[in-house]
Design a protein around this ligand. Structure first.
Ligand code: ADP
Length: 310
């Protein structure tokens, strides 16, 4: 399988690196406005492949995307001094208009994986710009928040995070909802496992985990300027799920017809991923409070999306 990555900055390159290490694709094409950056990242990552896989990694142009099954879009421009968040969004929407038009000219069947932030809005914008069906325009959404939730709950319970089944719903951002009410370890409610292991999840523990998930990006950015390894690995996992037609469940963002009464809004719910993109949702039973939180998150995203002119 061939895939493309547009935007070979920290997120795009980390995704390429993780995909090359996983070895689930044959060829990765890196495209960037700065071709020297794309070439350097491709060369560096290709030197990791003898230790891991037979993946070819190279710099390319849009013409090299022919027959690519998945194209990750991790391109973006950063905020100028004095620029509002909405101005920045409008500028990024214009970048996406140009990028997606090129991508779809050369790879009309590709599934688009959106990684640029604010990822839910960029996913909604891309779906509107391209007119593609919603199941083919997939934002990385809360995959990282979900991973952070599982790591922290797993650490508290001393359980492998891969055996913690817990999801963050809604926006990838401040209004996201940690679904404690549906969190499970194996097939048991997390609270039962916590009690049995002598590690009760008190209100204080919950608040600490909630804060740990919600503020992770702020802390990492304070310490090292940006976050990229976690999202890179998450994007590699999504590529594997799509490429392998896995039908595995991931909390990704797509335009969703109705969320708690809010219509046509891009946000994350647990969804089944396979070769055609999102195949369906597996919405857990959640508490009344979490439903209110999800509705508020959906309303906020809907209002922002409506404010972006595309
Ligand atoms: P991040 O941390 O999100 O990866 P970076 O600034 O490191 O942010 O990377 C963003 C990348 O996107 C840069 O390498 C930049 O050159 C690239 N980029 C910006 N606009 C475009 C565009 N129109 N087409 C392709 N790449 C672009």
């Amino acid at each position: 399988m061939k895939i493309g990555i547009v935007g070979a900055g920290q997120v795009g390159a980390s995704a390429a690196y993780a995909i090359a290490l996983l070895g689930t694709v044959r060829e990765i094409i890196l495209i960037d406005l700065d071709p020297a950056m794309a070439a350097a990242q491709a060369e560096d990552i290709s030197h990791a492949t003898p230790f891991a896989s037979a993946t070819h990694v190279r710099k390319g142009g849009y013409g090299d995307l022919a027959s690519a099954k998945v194209v990750i879009i991790a391109a973006g421009v950063s905020q100028k001094p004095g620029e509002t968040r909405l101005d920045l969004l409008a500028r990024n929407a214009e970048v996406f208009r140009a990028v997606t038009s090129e991508v779809l000219t050369h790879a009309p069947e590709a599934i688009l994986l959106i990684a640029s932030n604010p990822v839910d809005i960029m996913t909604g914008v891309t779906q509107r710009l391209t007119g593609l069906p919603a199941h083919r325009v997939i934002g990385s959404g809360t995959i990282l928040d979900t991973a952070r939730f599982r790591v922290l709950l797993g650490q508290h319970l001393n359980i492998d995070p891969r055996s913690v089944h817990a999801y963050v719903l809604g926006e990838h951002g401040d209004s996201e909802v940690l679904s404690w009410s549906s969190a499970a370890v194996g097939a048991s409610l997390y609270a039962d496992v916590a009690l049995a292991n002598g590690k009760p999840v008190t209100n204080a523990v919950r608040e600490k985990i909630d804060d740990g998930v919600r503020r992770a990006a702020y802390r990492i950015i304070e310490g090292k300027g940006a976050t990229y390894y976690g999202i890179g690995a998450g994007l590699a996992r999504l590529v594997a799920a799509i490429g392998g037609d896995e039908r595995s469940v991931h909390s990704v963002s797509i335009m969703t017809p109705d969320v708690e009464g809010v219509k046509d809004v891009p946000l994350s719910l647990p969804r089944v991923l396979g070769k055609n993109g999102v195949l369906g949702d597996v919405m857990p039973e959640i508490s009344a409070d979490e439903r209110l939180g999800l509705r508020a998150s959906a309303e906020l995203l809907k209002d922002t999306l409506e404010a972006v002119k595309v």
